[in-house]
Ligand binder design. Structure first.
Ligand SMILES: O=C(O)CCCC[C@@H]1SC[C@@H]2NC(=O)N[C@@H]21
Ligand code: NA
Length: 617
């Protein structure tokens, strides 16, 4: 890249970027010195369960909208067209099911770690496996999130790579360690606003500099970037309505239904209704952030017509190109490049802080506290803070590994969610919807799910399965300028049919958008088969409140007596006929027989069961 193309920041830009970091630290400091001053784990990890739905809903967006999406979505649209936008269809069920299936079950159990559910429903071993899977997935994902903004910045502006990574990591560790979940949620709110502002600025300036909306629309149409509804049922087709709209639902459920970072936000809400409302309020913000990313990609296409700017960039990665486009648009408008960089780092910080905090929570609740029940509050809180710091340093190391991957960062992130989040989602579905499932089945299911998902995931990396090659560059204006160019493009389009993979290669070329669904079903199927082979659980052996009567709801048209016969169809929260269970089984009668619906508070018998269970362990 010749020096004339190097984009530079003005002093104003650095001031805006520094102001963002300072504001985040300020919010963290405020929550460290106000309220209960983060002296208990209930406050540090659960925000005293006092949050209202607005900050929770914005924090839900921020947790999984990082620089990966800010850079990755425009790069995706630029390269492959707007097919990816259909993932927005997955947001309906992707948020409705968490709101009406997962939250009602998880909220009433008043957990701190979502993996406590796995012990209540199955066994301690299943809980530990779920926790370890989550830690593995989140540490890798954090690495990508820290590395992405720093790498993109460095590629375009020469901004010192490791200075940016360290700045991000340290600032984030600082305010997360000081202010706990309250600080993380309120910085998420602030950072989400900065994120939207930065993307909007680029779009407005970009459209203006590319000749206005009609000009952008014309070029985008000619470059055939506007994807039609692709109903191709082929599961190896990378992006179709089915892989994005249906496969995407399972991706959303693994994140917004059972991921610790999101569940912790639901559980930090004042009441269950506030938690459900925050899910509904997340919907428009999610659609807005998806739209901003896609429109930014279209404007970028109208500007460069699909060229890869190889002569201007040291790397052919489309991700870096997005930053080049932004600096190209905002150059000469002092403060705006700084705003966009602030937007990029806001996206990264809000995701990384959520990851730190949720990692510290599950490590404390699932791995430490069960072995040190007598630990004092002060020591537990101190240990939580030390953990947040250790995870911060660990993710800087993961950032280094990330730059070894040459795939688009969005693709890598979504693959990780599918490979690990999918099996964990399957574990929770097995537990909530199938009362017969036992812990042997759950462990076998999780093992099968992870084994298969890594086989497919690594297989697809090794075979570099063709997948969908990028659409050819070019807007008609460029084409018409030179007949030979159009001849070359026609030729390129001509042999554009993909070589149909066969046999095992077909298995490896399964679209990464199907990983979540595929792995989820593998876990459920294997889990049920093993459970029936090793003696299915009886309804009365299952801990009260850990089952969601899915079939009861689906078959609500059946007469009551038939439902009773099918055992698991007692609707959620109906008083169970009193029965006594000897031994250390978790099943205990509900003394007062109140329906769970009425009690938004902790189920007393589950509390005693858990304590009893732990003392006998
Ligand atoms: O942006 C990231 O850090 C991760 C990539 C996006 C994760 C998924 S994609 C569907 C859903 N919508 C979002 O905004 N994030 C999640
Ligand atoms: Na974020």
């Amino acid at each position: 890249m010749d020096p004339s193309d190097q984009k530079h920041f003005t002093a104003v830009d650095y001031v805006i970027f520094a102001a963002l970091l300072a504001a985040s630290v300020g919010i963290g400091l405020y929550h460290a010195l106000s309220g209960g001053r983060q002296r208990t784990t209930q406050e540090f990890l659960m925000a005293d369960r006092s949050m209202s739905c607005l900050p929770v809903s914005l924090s839900l967006i921020a947790s999984f909208q990082s620089a990966v999406a800010i850079i990755g979505v425009p790069a995706e649209i630029y390269t492959h067209g707007t097919q990816y936008w259909f993932i927005g269809c997955a947001y309906f069920l992707g948020l409705l099911i968490p709101a009406h299936v997962f939250i009602p079950v998880l909220y009433k159990l008043r957990l701190s770690s979502v993996y406590e559910y796995l012990e209540l429903r199955f066994s301690k071993a299943v809980r530990i496996c779920g926790t370890l899977a989550f830690i593995f997935q989140t540490v890798i994902y954090m690495g990508i999130c820290v590395y992405t903004p720093a790498f993109a910045l460095n590629a375009v502006t020469g901004f010192e790579l490791w200075a940016a990574v360290l700045a991000t990591g340290l600032v984030c560790t600082l305010y997360t360690t000081m202010g706990g979940l309250k600080a993380v949620i309120w910085t998420d709110v602030f950072q989400t606003v900065v994120m939207f502002a930065g993307q909007l600025a680029v779009i407005v300036v970009g459209v203006h500099q590319t000749g206005g909306v009609s000009e952008v629309w014309r070029k985008v149409q000619e470059g055939n970037r506007l994807a039609a509804l692709d109903l191709n049922p082929d599961p190896t087709e990378r992006h179709t309505f089915w892989t994005l709209g249906v496969g995407g639902v399972f991706l959303m459920l693994s994140l917004y239904g059972v991921n610790q970072a999101q569940v912790q936000r639901y559980l930090s809400a004042r009441t269950e209704k506030e938690a459900v409302r925050s899910c509904y309020m997340a919907f428009p913000s999610l659609q807005l952030s998806l739209a901003l990313g896609c429109v930014m990609g279209l404007v970028m296409f109208a500007r460069y017509c699909g060229e890869d700017l190889a002569d201007k960039l040291p790397t052919s990665s489309r991700d870096a190109m997005v930053l080049y486009f932004v600096m190209d648009m905002l150059q000469g408008l002092p403060g705006l490049p700084g705003l966009f960089v602030a937007c990029l780092f806001s996206a990264a910080l809000s995701t990384i802080s959520s990851a730190f905090n949720s990692l510290a929570t599950v490590t404390m609740e699932d791995l430490v506290k069960p072995h040190f029940p007598a630990m004092t509050e002060a020591r537990a809180t101190l240990l939580s803070k030390v953990l947040a710091m250790c995870y911060g340093l660990l993710c800087l190391a993961m950032a280094y590994l990330t730059h070894l991957m040459d795939d688009s960062v969005l693709q890598v992130a979504l693959k990780i969610f599918g490979m690990v989040g999918g099996p964990v989602l399957g574990l929770f579905c097995l537990g909530m919807f199938f009362p017969w499932a036992n812990s042997t089945g759950a462990l076998a299911g999780l093992g099968a799910g992870l084994a298969l998902s890594f086989w497919v995931g690594i297989g697809s990396l090794l075979t570099r399965s063709a997948g969908t090659r990028p659409l050819p560059p070019g807007c008609r204006a460029a084409l018409l300028s030179d007949n030979t160019t159009s001849a070359i493009h026609t030729a390129a389009l001509g042999n554009f049919t993909l070589s149909r993979p066969s046999g095992l290669n077909r298995f490896y070329s399964l679209s990464y958008m199907w990983y979540s669904a595929f792995n989820c079903f593998t876990v459920i199927l294997t889990g049920l088969i093993i459970s029936f082979l090793t003696g299915p659980m009886k309804e009365e052996d299952v801990t009260p409140g850990t089952i969601y009567p899915l079939f009861g709801k689906l078959l609500c048209f059946l007469p009551e007596h038939l439902k009773e016969k099918l055992c698991c169809l007692t609707p959620l929260g109906q008083p169970r006929p009193p029965q006594h269970k000897e031994g250390n089984g978790l099943a205990l009668p509900q003394e007062d027989g109140t329906s769970q619906e009425e009690t938004d508070t902790f189920l007393p018998e589950v509390q005693t069961a858990l304590v009893e269970h732990e003392t006998t362990v």
